[in-house]
Design a protein. Structure first.
Ligand code: HEC
Ligand code: HEC
Length: 333
């Protein structure tokens, strides 16, 4: 470290500073001399809604306002999916936000909502009915977007529910999650229910503890662009995948029931029962917990009771870590 590294020392040594000023402007600038934004306690600046963004490979550009428009969000890759029904692409002002905003046009979704591509159509309809008539609620009353699902379902006609179910069930579920066992994760903030690693002076590592931290592979693509091809990393506790495998494959000595009996041999779903393989582990934990607590009690929810009744939250974390870690076969095009 040179004598003039920090501004403070340079001030104390005023005479030397005058002498050195011309010689050592570089030296002065080397110390930490950014605006101490943290000392003002202000949120990061919002992005101007008129800022234009492009996505490499898409050939399209949208303003930030268009990307997150609840009644017609950006569709970066219109050729990569069938034509969206109007209700999926544009919603129905003011109560029904476009499904594509949160679940994306391809239904891959984000950890804070749900992975809805490739769900059985009848299951999809059943869940919309459960949201609509109050049988499916979050066990966490502050989870605002689950409340929104109720408002959305209540604002839809049966025909619109059928169209949305037909559309999303026609698309395959694709590889989306990379599970990493670790005991340390980046320090993070929440952005609309999603973990985003901190940057600059606030960045660092912290213990994962007993939780799953699902965070974008690419923050700008997920948080700002809502890129439907940019997936997520799920940090899970060390050893959780193996513990989950035991519970999922043989019921963990009577603690639960082997999932493949109902969810299909590869956990890709069976009949009206949804696939769970390779899907967001945060979402999976939340659903098992809601099912155990009884806030999710749609037409078929009782079937899940014996599977979740004796699970601890830690068991659910292990199960979700294992199920999410299973690779998803690429669909044949
Ligand atoms: C504001 C964001 C948002 C919008 C817009 C939205 N959803 Fe959802 N959706 C969610 C959230 C959040 C959940 C998961 C609720 C939970 O975990 O408690 C969800 C869950 C679902 C599920 C259940 C999936 C499963 O595996 O059981 C279906 C089906 C669904 N949404 C369909 C739709 C349809 C159809 C539309 C458009 C008409 C739509 N959603 C619009 C946020 C949204
Ligand atoms: C006896 C049949 C049965 C067994 C065994 C079973 N499930 Fe389920 N599961 C269901 C049904 C039916 C649903 C749909 C519940 C509803 O309609 O609310 C479901 C729903 C789920 C959901 C919510 C999916 C979504 O998209 O929201 C998760 C997560 C889940 N099961 C995980 C598991 C796991 C993990 C196991 C094994 C430990 C398991 N299930 C065992 C029948 C079963």
């Amino acid at each position: 470290m040179s004598f003039f590294d920090t501004p403070r020392r340079a001030t104390i040594c005023g005479v030397a500073l005058v002498l050195a000023a011309t010689l050592s402007q570089v030296g002065l600038a080397q110390g930490y001399d950014e605006e101490p934004t943290w000392s003002y306690g202000v949120a990061p600046p919002p992005i101007d809604p008129s800022t234009v963004f492009e996505l490499p490979g898409s050939g399209r550009s949208f303003t930030h306002g268009e990307i997150r428009d609840p009644f017609g969000p950006a569709d970066w890759y219109p050729d990569a999916h069938p034509t969206m029904p109007d209700i999926v692409a544009n919603g129905n002002y003011p109560d029904v936000w476009a499904c594509a905003l949160c679940h994306y046009p391809n239904g891959q979704g984000r950890p804070e909502n749900g992975p809805i591509a490739g769900l059985p159509k009848d299951y999809f309809i059943q869940q919309m009915q459960a949201f609509r008539n109050g049988e499916r609620k979050s066990a966490q009353p502050r989870k605002f977007n689950t409340h929104l699902m109720t408002t959305i379902a209540q604002g839809m006609t049966d025909e619109q529910i059928d169209q949305a179910a037909e559309y999303y069930s026609s698309m395959p579920w694709r590889q989306w999650i990379r599970v990493v066992e670790t005991d340390e994760v980046p320090k993070s903030r929440f952005s609309l229910g999603m973990y985003i690693p901190l940057e600059g002076n606030a960045a660092g590592m912290e213990p994962l503890g007993m939780r799953i931290m699902e965070t974008p592979e690419n923050v700008e693509h997920a948080e700002v662009l809502r890129d439907p091809n940019s997936g997520f990393i799920a940090y899970v506790p060390i050893g959780s995948v193996a513990k989950g495998e035991a519970l999922v494959t043989n019921g963990g000595n009577g603690k639960t029931i082997a999932c493949n009996i109902c969810h299909g041999p590869d956990l890709n779903g069976l009949g009206i029962i949804p696939g769970i393989r390779g899907r967001s582990p945060t979402y999976l934990v939340r659903q098992m917990y809601d099912l155990r607590e009884g806030t999710r009690r749609g037409a078929q929810a009782a079937l899940m009771q014996p599977a979740v009744a004796n699970l601890t939250t830690e068991d659910m974390i292990s199960i979700a870590a294992y199920v999410a870690s299973l690779p998803v076969e690429a669909p044949s095009e």
